[in-house]
Design a protein around this ligand. Structure first.
Ligand code: SF4
Length: 467
């Protein structure tokens, strides 16, 4: 075996498998994921590698031989929760020094966090950021052989295409099309912890989608921090609209969704492609963040409220059934009552199907965190409550419009609200609960909406479309 073979990922994984066999039982791994869908997709690759290294999985840290937290840096609250949960593992590690405790994800790419883990959480064995996931086997090998702690903030620019995957669901799947972000919105930590935009080759994405469809997946979501700029970093590569169109042309009965879009890069070509397709869902998650042009400029968003509204108007013209959702931040530094009023005006004008509302939270290292004109917490909360009060009736009215109508849904699971019911998702991404046999999970069905509430929809099965 030459050096290259010895250091190949499969060879390293096999050596780790032999090392863990010495435990005398099949080792158990507990993988916990915090934050966004990208982290969920990353954890599926982590679990794939752990499975190749001989691990089975458990939800209980108490019985795990390896505990891995895949962390999120987007909100302070999530970070505090991780520190609390890591601290709680100290006793387990003291009782079983052979176990491995691994922390990865966006939070772990930050220097201050790594310093804190080094000095205060000495029971943690391995720490690394999101781009180093493919190096997990070699870091584990080093920690298991030397018993040294392994910390790295190195960024790995290349995309690893050959990682094994253990998918969370047998019905819906996530496919990452690009990593990182170039936008540097002034409130956001992502470009600092996930690095610059790196697109996967379209041939690899198409191959992965094809394999998923062949294995029976029928609801596939393309992921990226800013999917609309897919391909811009690769010479001669297709753009995101053409990638979607290529997937749409594939044989098979499936739906394709995508997230997240940036209004400055969301083109009319993309909306036309969605409108003309058979398989691309009519679901548009397009964060607007603020209705004030002054705040949008301070956020470095590169569009105006008018530009945003123009996009939504166009999307609704070409896709009258499109479901539009968005993200909004309340209390960004310098936000005046007038700026906030513009946000409320935009909400009334657009009438979003749903809104993900966030109180501005300082992220160390971002430009907005250093701004002097921070907003008082009480003012933020008061505006936040007014925002919820404005959106609530819109959500209800939008759902009420669905009453009595038939929708094709992809049946995802047994309902979380009622074990007698199933949950199905419409092309627009709305969930309808309806009584039905669990054998329908993973199928497309037609459902009539019988009752609409602000945050949920009840329905009745009309017909099962594909047996
Ligand atoms: S587009 Fe802006 S908000 Fe989204 S990940 Fe990039 S920097 Fe963050």
């Amino acid at each position: 075996m030459d050096n290259q073979d010895k250091n190949s990922r499969p060879a390293v994984m096999e050596r780790v498998r032999l090392l863990t066999r010495a435990m005398g039982h099949r080792p158990l791994a507990c993988v916990r994921t915090y934050g966004c869908q990208q982290n969920v997709a990353d954890s599926e690759r982590i679990s794939g590698m752990l499975s190749c290294m001989g691990y089975d999985f458990t939800d209980r840290t108490e019985e795990a031989d390896l505990v891995l937290f895949n962390t999120c840096a987007v909100r302070e609250h999530a970070e505090l929760k991780v520190f609390g949960n890591v601290g709680a593992l100290k006793g387990l590690k003291a009782a079983r020094p052979d176990m491995l405790i691994i922390l990865c994800g966006c939070m772990m790419q930050q220097e201050t966090v790594q310093q804190q883990i080094r000095s205060k959480y000495t029971h943690v064995d391995i720490v690394f950021g999101p781009s180093m996931i493919p190096e997990l086997p070699s870091m584990m090998e080093e920690a298991l052989i030397t018993r040294n702690r392994v910390f790295t903030r190195r960024e790995r620019p290349e995309i690893a295409e050959d990682l094994p995957i253990v998918r969370e669901s047998a019905h819906k799947a996530w496919v990452t099309v690009m990593y990182g972000c170039n936008n540097f919105c002034t409130y956001c930590i992502v470009p600092y912890v996930r690095g610059r935009e790196r697109s996967r080759a379209s041939a690899e994405i198409l191959k992965e989608v094809q394999e998923l469809v062949r294995s029976g997946y029928r609801d596939i979501t393309l992921l990226g921090q800013n999917v609309n700029s897919y391909g811009k970093d690769l010479e001669g590569e297709m753009d995101f609209s053409d990638l979607l169109a290529a997937i749409d042309r594939m044989d098979g009965d499936f739906w394709i969704r995508f997230t997240t879009s940036h209004p400055k890069d969301c083109s009319r070509k993309l909306l036309d492609t969605m409108a003309a397709s058979r398989k691309i869902c009519h679901q548009l998650q397009l964060p607007f963040q603020s209705g004030s042009d002054v705040i949008l400029k301070a956020m470095n968003r590169h569009y105006t409220a008018e530009d945003y509204y123009g996009l939504i108007e166009y999307a609704r013209r070409v896709m009258p059934d499109v479901v539009v959702t968005s993200d909004v931040i309340v209390g960004f530094p310098g936000e005046t009552e007038k700026d906030f009023q513009r946000t409320l005006d935009l909400i009334e004008k657009v009438r979003f199907d749903n809104l993900y509302t966030f109180l501005y939270s300082k992220r160390t290292g971002t430009r907005a965190a250093a701004a002097e004109n921070q907003i008082d917490e009480e003012v933020k909360k008061e505006r936040f409550n007014r925002l919820l009060a404005a959106q609530h009736p819109i959500c209800l009215a939008k759902n009420k419009e669905m009453e009595g109508r038939d929708y094709t849904v992809y049946v995802e699971s047994v309902s979380k609200n009622n074990p007698e019911c199933l949950s199905g998702k419409t092309s627009g991404g709305k969930t309808i609960d309806f009584p039905g046999d669990a054998a329908l999970i993973g199928q497309f069905c037609k459902v009539t909406v019988t009752r609409a509430k602000s945050w949920s929809l009840d329905g009745r099965l009309k017909e099962c479309q594909h047996d």
